[in-house]
Design a protein around this ligand. Sequence first.
Ligand code: BG6
Length: 489
Amino acid sequence: MEHFQQVEPFDYVIFGATGDLTMRKLLPALYNRLRMGQIPDDARIIGASRTELDREAYVARARDALKRFLPSDILSPELVERFLALLNYVPLDSSRQSEQWDSLTSLFTKAQPDRVRVFYFATAPQLYGSICENLHRYGLITANSRVVLEKPIGTDMATATAINDGVGQYFPEKQIYRIDHYLGKETVQNVLALRFANPLMNAAWSGEYIESVQITAVETVGVENRAAYYDTSGALRDMIQNHLLQVLCLVAMEAPDSLEADAVRNAKLAVLKALRPITDATAATETVRAQYTAGMVDGKNVPGYLEELGKPSATETYAAIRAWVDTPRWKKVPFYIRTAKRSGKKVSEIVVTFRPSATTMFGTTPARNRLVLRIQPNEGLDLRLNVKNPALDVFNLQPANLDTSIRMEGGLPFPDSYERLLLDAVRGDPVLFIRRDEVEAAWHWAEPILEAWKHDKTPMQTYSAGSYGPEQATQLLASHGDTWHEASE
Ligand code: BG6
């Protein structure tokens, strides 16, 4: 696998090491990178969390997690042992000062000072500042240290500022890696390749040719055991303020001069700043919010959100927004963003619908060209063109789909989005991470929508679990003569 280059030896300290994210995503992702030959055998992964465990007990949990979350055909006993040998564990309440920190610092006393050190915060974001303060107090921050911050960076502008200030007091911005796992997805990165490496696409990529863009990320899962967290968040904070706005940025941005981190991030920032504000006055026509009620998903009866939560709530599990990017390129192009829990299926995709052809020579208006970029599942793209219907002598048109799956060599499954990002932090490449000003610009746009919702400017709708959302979301598009693209089409 010559394209997977080994990174230099590193120490990865994961705070929140017994949590769901670490077990479900981070350890399996690191195992996979070891399997690909990217992780040297003298790398160290150090778990830290409040749970009192010794190394052996932690390794046993990690072993179970690999078994549970990775397909058995990629778990070779020899590789699993090599991976587990990299693990250490320190019981530590990381937001407090205590002698527990000595166990962590002792692991570093003999480490070379310039060895890469990554601190991954998979804990509650309100702890980020105090963990940084302790990393500083116990002398753990070096010039080659990086800190990876999981979302959510705040629940509004004020809390985001507090988190960013807290971390920024101890780490300069260039050492801060705010992760958004959507940027680790192949098809999301492919937006750049598709747009800028293909003059054909690049030439047509503006409101002159594009009529609308839809960005969808809907899933079948409900909130289940995450209800307590989710109820403080909701669909807008959980998916749109971060993941879907990042996707929108890649679709809408001007060409960066290079793939250097700040060039790309400046281009994304310009899009975020050009988003037309949605206010109390426009929220009712530009946004839809809803909660799922009981229904059927994947053939099973599932309860409604309020039943799962066990109390009344004004938190949305569905959001659809018509956004506008006020730049010359995107004049008159609505960007429809939609996300849902307990949808009929799990789909993330970008749908670009082109304006109709002006030709009258065929007697009918040809179907609109449409490009669907499938982020998941079945990564790839589908371009609808018009061709002549060969069954007829008269010149009738029929749609033809150029459907391309993007596959890994040898039919291997795509790497999980965390895999690349975890090692980008080791490599010191922040291009796929979010800069502070992007987070703030995203809150600047999202916060007034949350405010409008708080003031009930957009009524809360319902949709049955397993359906494609409330009727009002259909109307949001119908007013522009559009319909949602359903992946079943
Ligand atoms: C997370 C959200 O960031 O993204 C979850 O907190 C959501 O609620 C998940 O389920 C979706 O990610 P993916 O990669 O499965 O689309």
